[in-house]
Design a protein. Structure first.
Lengths: 221, 483, 315
């Protein structure tokens, strides 16, 4: 596999990751979201492995394996179990203003491109161009968290942001040092347990996982 | 060696407390763990005092004048908070606000939280700094929802989501920093070590660092509670248990600001300009003003003091942004005295709320009659935090103001307006709480006086006299921060 | 000599468009019958239908104006002109220089505009309803179509179809995410533009769902034959635009008559494959509700935009 071919594969993967982000933005069904999230994780993991192979950096294989086990298997499984236990797998979320959301999403992609353009110019890595996609993935995860009003979908948005961060690390710098990667993975795992506990707390106190119920804490006039 | 001990004590205490649960001596063990940490931090301080800054653990840890005083402060406030929480939490437990499981969780997570903050302070690796900051958030999220009331769960969820989002931006900033450093140091952890980065700051790519700073500012700024990223802070402070409000306000915000300032040094070195400083000044001043005016409308006493924390963090951020030796010295002192005063205020407020079984300001009154120490403690605490002489906050705010008049006089009116409004708002609310007749629903409680006395004594002492070693450290830190 | 060859090529390709379009439609219908286990009417049935319609008398509504009579010729003529600039088997197209891809989209829009006018002309309820639905679909499909095609033009640095196809065949193959997105978007738009399932169903006259059929309810005889024929040509033309933009390999080069027979075979094979694809999609999917169509086309627009963005970002 030549370097330029690896770069081509990587940009196709980047494009698919971006597409997955948009998919998350408009998907209404909870299982659908979970599947797209798992696919995005898989693409990330493949991308890390491809970059690792073409650049001869073996620590990226560990990152790829970590992503595979955490984001393709563990987190979707945890969410799946939670969704089943909470019996919300049939819920369909009402997503309003999809065209507007999409347009904002596109604007965010353009913004990310402009913000990262001066950075990518300075880089000589073959994967540098995907940095914009990584930032866009983060921004789109953020947008998803803003537009969605259910606890589970917000968490998936949060995890999609983490995906973007991981992609940024592999594309901009061929991966962060292993200490940091492991620490971040650990933090995400702890976060997963915390939101698991949270779902039950919210459910028992509010009788629903719809965050519209949570509007008590406001500034009093 | 000392650093390892410092960190291991907390971790071990967390593990033991998790195992021990709600047994009889758990609060005492919690105090003992924090006291041991404090002792270790003092030993560390002595070493830094004697030998100067040093790097340990193969470059993994770095201690200098800037973080050593914050580490000692963290260990100290965590110790006094542990003392305070013994009686406070016993009261909550008796009144059924928290159960057996909750107590186990509270003690273990308290220690883990202190561990995370100390790790964030002492590590030399900015990647690990990020991880520790995230860990500090995660360990306190479930403490905020400890009471399981709807507002508490809502506050904790907000805290979790907003800080999670914010801190993700900081990680992106860190990736960009590493990207710039990789060109100089190559692959591996070297490029993330703060000591290496600051030595080579001049040759880091300025464009990359400018962009990185925006993300770091948003990320760590969320944790500092700067406006407009502050929404989580009043909720988390008002709904969580009071000891957690005290450590969040007194310590976590400081640590987040510490992280931000460390990053600012790198950016300043690379860009040779004052861009980062201007951004911090804008965020800081905005926080001061918005928080001061929000103070006017508060009805919940803990929420009100949460806004006061936003205001003071705004002052410190503004001062760091202003730069210059005097302002930076003021900012360092401000972090110290604000932390001491604010945690003391939360101690008294916690007891006041317990006496009246409410946090509603209009239903609290006659504190001086009910429990003179709580009443006067709150009164002096508010006087101190509002910037009355001779307390420490006055000294630090005076220093910052002096520098401001000299370097950026056009900001003086706005800055003074913020401080004056906050001053008026606080006194308007607090005087009816402290004086006047005790309402019928007031009940006597067993308050814990020691922490309040010690904190207020230190805040007063620091206003009157700054010990030689401390001013020496501040001067060293200023030298490092102002190049 | 060269001019004569070019003119011949032009004539040959136009003939393919005009004569081959009913065959493609017949192929799709035959396949569909096979898939659904019905007896087929044969590949040539569309020709027989057209012949029958041409031989019938025209019934005009009393209040029909000249627009109503004029529209079928405009529709057929515009579609035919569009057929003149799309390379089918050779890049030699003298008329190709006169109209680029933007003009092509405009030609289709002209045809649609006159059809919608004509449908409203008789003043029946169905005609107006069909026009309004058609225009809703068009207003969303056309920008997406342009975005998708522009992405390909960016990659080939030209807006002339034969030039675009030529550039793509003559450069070495690279993986381009932008083209993949553009292709996906194009498929969605082509489905909407040619009125196939899941956007519209050419075989239904159910008043709640029909779009295109509602507009031509009032037509009969020769007029109907022309419109139907134009519709068949449109299917062929959209298939060929897709082929020219995304899979142009096999189209013969400039002045290369020896390559023509294989090019013809390859074109037939590609069209046959597209027919299979259409049938698979139409058998597998149900027609979507009308108010979901904007969402469908919205995602086409999104895909096309992502294609364009990824051209700038990733390539």
């Amino acid at each position: 596999m030549t370097v330029s071919f690896a770069a081509q594969i990587n940009s196709v993967l980047a494009a698919l990751i971006l597409l997955a982000s948009f998919g998350l933005l408009v998907q209404r069904r909870i299982y659908g979201l979970l599947h797209i999230f798992a696919w995005q994780g898989l693409l990330l993991s493949i991308s890390a492995a491809v970059v690792g192979y073409s650049a001869g950096l073996h620590h990226l294989y560990i990152s790829a394996a970590l992503t595979l086990s955490l984001k393709v298997i563990a987190l979707p499984y945890i969410l799946y179990v939670l969704i089943h236990r909470l019996k919300i797998h049939r819920e369909v979320e009402e997503v309003v203003r999809i065209p507007t959301t999409m347009l904002i999403g596109i604007a965010l992609v353009v913004f990310s491109y402009h913000l990262t353009a001066p950075i990518t110019e300075l880089s000589d890595l073959v994967t540098r161009s995907t940095l914009a996609v990584a930032l866009a993935t983060i921004m789109l995860g953020l947008l998803m968290m803003i537009t969605r009003k259910k606890a589970v979908t917000q968490i998936i948005g949060f995890l999609a942001m983490e995906n973007g961060l991981f992609f940024a690390a592999t594309s901009a710098t061929y991966g962060m040092p292993l200490v940091v990667e492991l620490g971040v993975a650990l933090d995400i795992l702890i976060a997963a347990f915390i939101f698991g506990i949270f779902f039950f707390q919210i459910r028992t106190t509010f009788d629903t996982l719809d965050l519209k119920a949570m509007e008590r804490l406001k500034e009093e006039e | 060696m000392i650093i390892t001990a410092l960190l291991v004590i907390n971790l071990a205490a967390a593990a033991v407390l998790a195992f021990m649960g709600d047994r009889k001596l758990a609060p005492e063990l919690n105090i003992a763990g924090s006291a041991a940490t404090f002792a270790a931090s003092l030993a560390l301080a002595v070493r830094v005092h004697d030998e100067g800054p040093f790097v340990a653990g193969g470059g993994f840890f770095f201690v200098d004048a800037f973080n050593v005083y914050l580490a000692v402060l963290t260990a100290f406030v965590s110790m006094t908070t542990a003392v305070f929480s013994r009686r406070y939490m016993a009261h909550e437990r008796r009144h059924g606000k928290i159960g057996h499981k909750g107590m186990r969780f509270y003690h273990a997570m308290f220690q883990l939280f202190i561990f995370a903050m100390l790790l964030a302070l002492l590590t030399n690796n900015i990647g690990v700094l990020w991880i520790a900051m995230e860990l500090a958030t995660l360990s306190t999220v479930l403490l905020v929802s400890l009471y399981r009331t709807p507002p508490a769960v809502e506050a904790a969820w907000k805290y979790f989501i907003l800080c999670g989002v914010g801190i993700a931006q900081a990680l992106f900033g860190t990736v960009l920093l590493y990207f710039a450093a990789e060109k100089i140091f190559g692959e591996g952890s070297n490029g993330l070590l703060w000591t290496n980065l600051s030595a080579a700051a001049g040759s880091l790519e300025p464009t990359v660092l400018s962009i990185a700073f925006i993300f770091l500012m948003v990320g760590y700024g969320t944790k500092v509670g700067l406006v407009p990223l502050h929404n989580w802070l009043p909720d988390a402070h008002s709904e969580g248990p009071t000891p957690i409000s005290a450590v969040l306000s007194g310590l976590l915000l400081n640590v987040a600001l510490y992280a931000l300032v460390r990053c600012k040094v790198l950016v300043d070195g690379a860009t040779h300009s004052h861009k980062a400083g201007y951004i911090m000044m804008v965020f800081g001043l905005l926080s001061v003003l918005v928080a001061a005016f929000s103070l006017l409308r508060q009805k919940d006493v803990k929420r009100m003091f949460a806004y006061s924390s936003i205001e003071h963090m705004g002052i410190a951020t503004f001062a760091f942004g202003l730069g210059g030796p005097v302002a930076t010295f003021g900012a360092l002192l401000h972090m110290l005295v604000h932390s001491l005063t604010k945690s003391s205020i939360f101690f008294t407020v916690g007891h006041a709320a317990q006496m009246h079984s409410t946090q509603d300001i209009s239903r609290i009154g006659g504190l001086v009659k009910g429990n003179p120490l709580v009443g006067w403690g709150l009164m002096f605490g508010v006087a101190a935090i509002a910037g009355m002489p001779p307390f420490g906050v006055f000294t630090s705010e005076f220093l910052i103001l002096t520098a401001l008049i000299k370097d950026a006089p056009y900001f003086v009116p706005l800055f003074l307006l913020g401080i004056a409004v906050a001053f008026a708002a606080l006194f308007r609310r607090v005087i009816p709480m402290v004086f006047g007749d005790a309402p019928s629903w007031q009940k006597p409680i067993k308050a814990s006086h020691m922490p309040v006395l010690v904190h207020m004594g230190l805040a007063l002492g620091l206003g009157l006299y700054l010990p030689g070693f401390l001013s020496e450290w501040f001067h060293m830190a200023v030298e490092m921060l102002v190049k | 000599m060269e001019n004569v060859y070019s003119a011949l090529m032009q004539a040959l390709q136009l003939t393919i468009v005009v004569a081959g379009a009913p065959l493609l439609t017949g192929w799709v219908r035959t396949l569909k019958c096979w898939m659904q286990g019905r007896r087929t009417a044969g590949l040539l049935q569309p020709y027989r239908d057209l012949a029958r319609l041409f031989s019938k008398d025209i019934v005009l509504a009393e209040n029909a104006s000249w627009i109503f009579r004029f529209a079928p010729y405009v529709v057929f003529g515009a579609t035919l002109m569009a057929g003149a600039v799309i390379p089918l088997i050779s890049f030699d197209l003298p008329l190709g220089a006169t109209a680029d891809i933007i003009a092509l989209v405009a030609l289709f829009a002209t045809a649609r505009f006159f059809l919608a006018l004509a449908a409203m002309d008789t003043g029946t309820a169905f005609g107006g309803m069909g026009s309004s639905r058609e225009m809703t679909v068009a207003s969303l499909a056309e920008p997406a179509m342009l975005m998708s095609i522009f992405t390909v033009s960016l990659a080939s640095q030209s807006t002339s179809l034969s030039q675009m196809a030529h550039v793509i065949t003559s450069t070495p193959l690279v993986l381009r995410p932008s083209l993949a997105f553009a292709l996906l978007a194009f498929i969605l738009i082509a489905v909407a533009e040619t009125g196939r399932v899941p956007v519209d169903n050419p075989a239904t006259h159910l008043e709640l769902t029909m779009i295109h059929e509602a507009m031509i309810l009032e037509y009969s005889g020769r007029h109907l034959a022309l419109i139907e024929w134009a519709g068949m040509m449109k299917l062929l033309l959209f298939s060929s635009i897709g082929i020219a933009c995304f899979f142009p390999w096999g189209i013969s080069g400039h002045g290369d008559p020896l390559m023509l027979p294989p090019a013809f075979v390859i074109l037939a094979a590609k069209l046959a494959l597209i027919g299979i694809f259409i049938v698979l999609v139409e058998t597998g999917l149900a027609k979507m509700r009308l108010f979901r169509v904007p969402e469908f086309l919205g995602s086409a627009f999104l895909l096309a935009t992502l294609g364009m963005l990824s051209f700038f970002i990733l390539e």
